[in-house]
Design a protein around this ligand. Structure first.
Ligand code: HPA
Length: 276
């Protein structure tokens, strides 16, 4: 990363601030199917990514691609409606740029969601998993390159990338609402292929509980900047080789849509309970 990065972040932040008179405290990255939560944000300003200087633009169809600022459960939030994946072909530092911008807008907490395959045999399709930790199996890291000392340290600590208090809070909210949540380790691959059954056996051997193609880059960058992070996976399918059937995007979308109301209820409850 070069010092130009700081300049670029400031340009993006200034553009967004001129459009939306909001200082967000919570940043949301909404995974597959959850984009509708951004539609529920009140008093909102929505800015298409292509309008924001220096922002990446998604190549995946059906990913709306806008930054939404406003109020949710009485909290000031900024939400990415549509996210970027490494498999789209961009550099990791580029796809995680919006996280830097959201932090510089004021957000100290990041709530990130995703769809994931269940590698833990005790999981069921439709389960929610609070991410306790991750394994970066993407083969790269968004912080590779010159470090921007203003943003964070050269060698960031990752020993509590996922904030314990936020996990506890999420568990309490889930219990109050009668929503069952699991907890586990998210293993991030680059995609776009789903994993092989051998890779899933490896994941199980390493203590991984779910696999996916997102989240790890954003969490590394958010952690670099000292954000408090909560990650939640929706187990949309069992990982490769666990069930005698092939994997497909249709199942992922179908499950994500089916559990969406419950997922949104959980997220709203968490946002409402987070300390300001
Ligand atoms: N593997 C990787 N990414 C995924 C999966 C999976 O099984 N399901 C949803 N996203």
């Amino acid at each position: 990363m070069s010092s130009k990065t700081m300049q670029k972040i400031k340009e993006s932040v200034n553009y967004i601030k001129a459009k939306a008179g909001i200082t967000p405290e919570i940043a949301l990255i909404l995974g597959s199917g959850l984009g509708v939560l951004a539609d529920e944000i009140e008093n909102k300003t929505a800015i298409p990514y292509e309008e924001i200087p220096n922002f990446p633009v998604s190549t995946v169809e059906g990913h709306a691609g806008q930054l939404v600022l406003g109020e949710l459960e009485g909290k000031q939030v900024v939400a990415m409606q549509g996210r970027f994946h490494y498999y789209e072909g961009y550099d990791m530092s580029f796809i995680t740029f919006p996280v830097r911008v959201m932090k510089m807008l004021g957000a100290d907490k990041l709530l990130v969601t995703n769809s994931a395959g269940g590698a833990n045999r005790h999981f069921n399709v439709g389960d929610f998993m609070l991410i306790s930790d991750h394994i970066n199996f993407t083969g790269t890291n968004p912080l590779i390159g010159a470090n921007e000392d203003e943003l964070g340290p050269r060698f960031p600590d990752m020993s509590e990338a996922y904030n314990k208090e936020l996990i506890e809070l999420a568990e309490q909210v889930a219990e109050k609402k009668g929503i069952t949540v699991k907890k586990g380790v998210y293993v991030g691959f680059s995609g776009p292929t789903y994993e092989t059954p051998a890779e899933i056996r490896m994941v199980q051997g390493l203590g991984g509980d779910a696999v996916g193609m997102s989240t790890v880059p954003e969490v590394i960058v958010a952690n670099h900047m000292g954000m408090g992070i909560l990650g939640i996976s929706c187990i949309t399918n069992m990982a490769a080789g666990i069930l005698p059937q092939p994997l497909g995007h249709e199942e992922v979308i179908e499950t994500a849509n089916r559990v969406k109301p419950k997922f949104i209820e959980l997220l709203r409850g968490i946002i409402s309970s987070v300390d300001s």
